[in-house]
Ligand binder design. Structure first.
Ligand code: GTP
Ligand code: MG
Length: 173
């Protein structure tokens, strides 16, 4: 993924947010390294990974930040959002509570991030269709009402992970 010696034209900071265990870290592992782990541990503090891509003949370094969904392990909120130009708001399609908490995450995001930040709502774990608790229509409707992009992803089988990041990065660009 990208030649480290190449010159970077832009660095875009993108933050992942959402409840614990919705799959934020595995979405990032899939995007940055094409890896996935079923026994992923809860994130403590902040981690980030980068991937360099080319958009319109310019090299863009995507710096993706990941923090804990669990309050007690979370990073300092203002520092986490500082400078972010994109955000991925993630819920788990099999757990209703994670979707019900989305308005709270959005509120926090809007309170701390730049007002022009590009936001995508992500319904992760689409491979678990038989356990679905949130109809896709409900999520689409919410996203539309709030002016967010929306995609259903699976870090497990890689569905739409690439698209989710390219949607945000292209829109930022
Ligand atoms: P915190 O770090 O605590 O905020 O959680 P997180 O949102 O980073 O969740 P994480 O990526 O650690 O994933 C939690 C669990 O869900 C792990 O067991 C993952 O393997 C699993 N998981 C993540 N994405 C998917 C997916 O797309 N499909 C399935 N079936 N499982 C997934
Ligand atoms: Mg995590």
């Amino acid at each position: 993924y990208g030649d480290p010696s190449q010159k970077i034209d832009y660095v875009f900071k993108v933050v992942l947010i959402g409840d614990s265990a919705v799959g934020k870290s595995q979405i990032l592992a899939r995007y940055a390294r094409d890896e996935f782990s079923l026994d992923s541990k809860a994130t403590i503090g902040v981690e980030f990974q980068t991937r360099t891509l080319v958009i319109d003949h310019k090299s863009v370094k995507a710096q993706i930040w990941d923090t804990a969904g669990q309050e007690r392990y979370r990073a300092v909120t203002s520092a986490y959002y500082r400078g972010a130009v994109g955000a991925m708001l993630v819920y788990d399609i099999t757990r209703r509570q994670t979707f019900d908490h989305i308005p709270r995450w959005l509120e926090e995001l809007r309170a701390h991030a730049d007002k022009n930040i590009v936001i995508i709502l992500i319904g992760n774990k689409s491979d678990l269709e038989d356990q679905r608790a949130i109809p896709t229509e409900d999520a689409k409707e919410f996203a539309e009402k709030e002016g967010l992009f929306f995609l259903a992803t699976s870090a497990f089988n890689a569905t739409n992970v690439e698209s989710a990041f390219s949607t945000v990065l292209n829109e930022i660009f």
